[in-house]
Each structure stands twice: as structure tokens, then as C-alpha cells.
Design a protein around this ligand. Structure first.
Ligand SMILES: C[S@@+](CC[C@H](N)C(=O)[O-])C[C@H]1O[C@@H](n2cnc3c(N)ncnc32)[C@H](O)[C@@H]1O
Length: 375
């Protein structure tokens, strides 16, 4: 039964995440689903580690130092030029057989550690919304911050629909995103002054560790050469500044305490992106309780880019989450929940693909986005 679940999981990943974005992962997802040997390798790893993204990252990490292998020839990020053909899946099988022990070790020890700075588009939209309600400087924290690259969101340039939407002084990092259902112009305003910035993560990535940097890069997909360059630019920027500090902490138990240690009384924007899927139902409830506790001391704005079905379990007062939108979990909902000691205002701001390759601004607060083309 577990093998069948994994087959479906890889097919789902291939059809919903990879299709149209990575011909290599689309073909490999189907290949894994149909290969009992590869499924066997996954079945030997702890259950919570059986994720397509983790599996492909482990393979990718090993490939980075084996550029001469047949499989690497299909990966443009490793210098390959070969188009997908019927040798691709056998090349993966052979590679995994040859490196089975190393893969098994990576799959049991490592965790999903992406840091997708395109999600800063959702953050910027959320921060703009916060500014409309609470103008002025804000402190900033991200829970589930990974390497802390989103902490530098106001240091990046933004290009929405090819239009330069927001620039900082000579940033070398450009965040690009397609806008659906609206023009990219005017979506982003000037970011407010950020008084402090802090990341919280169960397993922060230490950017001074070359091994940790390599693991982060392993989550870049085979054809995404530009994304690799953007990621490297953001990593270099973060390494050159001490601003992107990430402390170790659990979202469910440590958020209120760590936020309580941030000096000042200005509002704090708390960003989460792709965090909720890593929390159990109990931990999600506990995380929301942590935000409530923190809001007793100073205004807290939770800005999120998360799967609608998971958001629907957090008690948010968003009309559209009571309808079919709550089942569209292959997409992310962007929104903000402004919390004071005794008032709360939740607002839907947009729908996006999980990696923020595209973003659709909400047409009204009850928008259910049934009009958005989703590839
Ligand atoms: C998919 S990554 C997203 C990272 C970042 N937010 C982004 O959008 O690029 C999820 C992150 O959540 C962290 N995480 C998972 N469970 C956590 C928990 N209980 N408390 C804090 N962080 C957690 C992981 O270590 C990982 O860095």
C-alpha cells in the first residue's frame, strides 16, 4: 500500500509541480513511479522523508560532483545538453543503484531545505498591506526561514511581468515573477524601514558551511540555470551582511518567546512560506496560539504564502477558505492576518504558484480565484 501511495505521490509531483517547468523531473517522476527498485530505496527511508523534492535533491547533490555521469548529461545546471529521451530513466536507475548507500544516508539524515526568494513577492505584497493599516517602520521575522534569504527582501530588485517594479540601490539580485489577471505595474510599493530582522528555523542553514550551501543548491531544478545564479547571488549577499540571522527554534513552541526578545514596540511582520506543510495539525494550532500570545505584547502581522487547505485549519477569517479554494492545495494563498491585543483583521491578498513563479492579486476580499488559469 505504501508503494502505491509513493507511486501516486511521484505522479502527482510530475503532473502538478514539474509539468511545463522541468521536462527532466516530469519524466523522472513518472520513471520513479514505475520503477520498483527506486521505490524500494524510498521505502527503506523513514516515512516522513519520502518526498519527491528530497529524493531529487539527494540525487542532484551527488550529481554535482559527478558531472561526467550519464544522468548529469540531462541536467543543464551541471553542464548537460541532452534532451529527455528513453535513456533518462534507466540512467537514473543505474545512478541510484551505484550510489545507493550514499543516497540512503542523505535521505535519512537530510531535510527539505529550500529557500525560494521569489516568495519575497508574496512578502512584499503582504508588507504593503500591513503598511496601509500600520504605516511606519516594522520589525521583521520569518518562521521556517531556512538560510534566511527572505530576510533581505528589501535588498532585492523586483521584476513583475518583465517590468521593473521596485529597485534598491544597485542590487545584484533580481526577483522575477509573472502576474496573472492584472498588470505588474504598481503592485509593489516602497518597502518600509525594517528595524530588526530575524529568522527562526528548526534546522537553520549555515551559509558559511560549503556543504550546507551545496545542499541548498541541490533543490534547484535541472533546467533552472538562472535560478541557480539568483540563488548564488542572494547567498553571497547574505554572507556579506550580518543581517540575515536565523536562530534555532520550533514554530510551535518557541515563536512567542523569540519574538518577545525582539526589542522595540513597532509592529512585527511574521512571514511564513511553505512552513505549514511541515507542521502536524497540533503544531499548526500551537503556532497560531504562539502568534496570539506574541500579539498581546506588540502588534503582529502574520503574512503567509501557504497551501489553502492548511490555512483553512488555522482559524483564519477568510470567506473564500470556506469554499472550494480550500481544496486547491497545489497552489498557495497569499494573505495577511493583522493581530493586536484585542483585534484581528484577516485579508486575502492573492493566489500564487508555490514557488511564486506567478502571482494573481485578489480582485476582492472574498475572491475564490476560479478565474485564474493555472497552467
Ligand atoms: C520548504 S522550507 C521553506 C523555507 C523558506 N520559508 C522559503 O520560503 O524559502 C521549510 C522550512 O521550514 C523549516 N521548518 C520545518 N518545521 C519547522 C518547525 N517546526 N519550526 C521551525 N521551522 C521549521 C525547515 O527547516 C525549512 O527550513
Amino acid at each position: 500500500m505504501e508503494a502505491e501511495r509513493l507511486r501516486r505521490l511521484f505522479r502527482f509531483f510530475g503532473a502538478t509541480q514539474s509539468a511545463g517547468r522541468s521536462p527532466v523531473y516530469e519524466a523522472l517522476s513518472e520513471g520513479v513511479a514505475g520503477d520498483d527498485g527506486l521505490l524500494g530505496l524510498l521505502l527503506d527511508t523513514p516515512e516522513e522523508q519520502r518526498r519527491p523534492s528530497l529524493f531529487f535533491a539527494a540525487v542532484n547533490l551527488l550529481l554535482a560532483s559527478r558531472r561526467g555521469s550519464e544522468l548529469a548529461a540531462y541536467y543543464p545546471i551541471h553542464g548537460g545538453h541532452r534532451a529527455v529521451d528513453d535513456r533518462l530513466v534507466p540512467a537514473l536507475s543505474a545512478f541510484c543503484r551505484r550510489h545507493r548507500d550514499e543516497l540512503a544516508r542523505l535521505l535519512s539524515e537530510r531535510s527539505t531545505q529550500t529557500n525560494e526568494i521569489r516568495r519575497c513577492v508574496a512578502l512584499r505584497v503582504g508588507v504593503d498591506h500591513v503598511q496601509r493599516h500600520w504605516p511606519g517602520p516594522v520589525a521583521f521575522a520569518e518562521v521556517g526561514a531556512s538560510a534566511g534569504l527572505n530576510l533581505l527582501f528589501d535588498h532585492y530588485d523586483y521584476r513583475l511581468d518583465g517590468e521593473v517594479s521596485s529597485t534598491t540601490s544597485a542590487s545584484s539580485v533580481v526577483v522575477s515573477c509573472e502576474v496573472r489577471g492584472a498588470s505588474g505595474t504598481g503592485i509593489l510599493r516602497t518597502a518600509p524601514p525594517i528595524t530588526r530582522r530575524l529568522g527562526i528555523d528548526q534546522r537553520p542553514i549555515d551559509l558559511s558551511d560549503p556543504d550546507a550551501r551545496a545542499w541548498l543548491e541541490a533543490f534547484v531544478w535541472p533546467e533552472h540555470i538562472e535560478e541557480l545564479a539568483t540563488l548564488r547571488g542572494a547567498v553571497d549577499l547574505a554572507a556579506a551582511t550580518s543581517a540575515a540571522r536565523v536562530v534555532t527554534g520550533d514554530a510551535a513552541t518557541d515563536t512567542a518567546r523569540i519574538l518577545g526578545e525582539l526589542p522595540g514596540r513597532e509592529p512585527v511582520v511574521v512571514f511564513t512560506a511553505s512552513l505549514l506543510s511541515y507542521l502536524t495539525a497540533q503544531a499548526r494550532t500551537a503556532f497560531v496560539a504562539q502568534l496570539r500570545e506574541a500579539a498581546q505584547r506588540r502588534p503582529v502581522a502574520w503574512v503567509f504564502a501557504e497551501a489553502p487547505g492548511l490555512l483553512a485549519t488555522t482559524g483564519l477569517d477568510v470567506v473564500a477558505l470556506r469554499g472550494p479554494l480550500a481544496r486547491r492545495n497545489s497552489l498557495y494563498l497569499v494573505g495577511a492576518s493583522l493581530r493586536g491585543a484585542d483585534r484581528r483583521h484577516d485579508q486575502l491578498l492573492g493566489l500564487a504558484d508555490p514557488y511564486l513563479r506567478w502571482f494573481s492579486p485578489a480582485r476582492d476580499p472574498a475572491d475564490d480565484f476560479d478565474w485564474v488559469p493555472t497552467d
